[in-house]
Write a protein that binds this ligand. Sequence first.
Ligand code: COA
Length: 431
Amino acid sequence: MNFDQAYRDRRMGAADAAALVHDGDTVVVPTGVGEPPALLAALSARGPELSGVTVSQILPLRKFDYFNPATVDNIRHNAYFFGGPSRPGGQAGWIDYVPAYFSELPQLIDRGLTPVDVVFSMASPMDEHGFFSLSLAPDYTMAAIRRARAVLLEVNPNVPSAFGECRVHVSQVAALVESDEPLLEVGLPTIGPVQEAIGKHVAELIDDGSTLQIGYGAIPDAVVMQLRHKHDLGIHTEMIGDGILTLIESGAVTNRRKTYMPGKMVATFALGSQRLYRFMHLNPTLEMHPVDFTNDPYLAARNDKLVAINATLQIDLLGQCGSESIGATPYSGTGGQVDFVRAANRSRDGKAFIVLPSTAKEGTISRIVPTLATGTHVTTGKNDINYVVTEYGVAQLRGKSARQRCDALIAIAHPDFRGELRAAAARMRLM
Ligand code: COA
């Protein structure tokens, strides 16, 4: 096959590529910066003439025109996780969602439990062997490519070419659309004194030589900032962002003591600055893999001293975490939280941390509660939870009784709420 000819045969404008989507199709789009803006804008523009098209994605970053309750019969977003553009529709009920562990999305696709007709993705320029790198988010996209009728790539020279199982061959592609706009950047969240205090508590419990998974949100990044003086850390994570990049640049990450894939960092999607995307390009220390590899609890647990750091919104006195909804109102999604909590629990000397400020809404609400609000989506369950950290300290729950859990969690609740939590625990016959 002449790859250059194959490339030319498939190259077209975004409108022509979007015309390959038919009524009733499901279009699968990768996480975050892996979403192709020219293709999605062209699909949006076709909205009025389409019917019953679904766009399935875990974390949209841009608000395309199809995020509109008036046009959901034309094109409807289907969420694996709510982000900025999809949250209002999720909360109002005109965007639907699929509850799932991130690690299992490729399996749902492979088994036909969730449909795929077309894949849209960002891609690096083609190499001399005819391959494009989908380094920004191979996540469930590689599985979707195996089942799709048509794969449409937006080829952009700013997309890094990374190692790992994230390559697709020109012969598998139906359309190539070229663009060169800079990749979206997502900055580090603001870290206040509460987040910093939580970061310090967690950092004290992380040994040199640990392998890290860093979750989503301000506190996981606050923890990272406290680890710059550690030695020989490793990375086996879901998301690689600027927090991890800062840690690498500090010299704290060598990956040498990893017991699974030593010398290599592993991730399934990238979300950060141009600096991060440049760092990923042909970097022999990094591999980008599908999420059923990175987040598989059994594989990730082959790293001894695996440390997982993930955030929650609310936790009850048994340690059940409502990380993705506020009551029955969806906020985000399960993502990889449970995958990595379970992985760290299985890992020899591993530690799973769930982090949260003790209060929300300027100190008016305790996030440690006797019972989760009615309708709360439970993310990490009581049998999986281990370390819980607020700005007041650390509660270690695994192996502990209900009574001991109440004691430990109330001790790290905000002092203003400890009395009422104790009274509620007594009423519930937990203490
Ligand atoms: N009651 C009412 N409101 C609450 C609340 C509670 N118990 N807890 C939080 N909130 C509000 C906050 O005040 C905040 O509102 P604001 O935006 O108006 O300030 C909002 O909910 C978000 O809370 P916050 O603590 O700032 O969340 P975060 O930005 O740190 O994100 C999540 C945390 C949502 C990302 C995280 O819980 C999540 O999705 N976890 C599941 C997925 C996961 O862990 N993935 C890891 C692998 S990447």
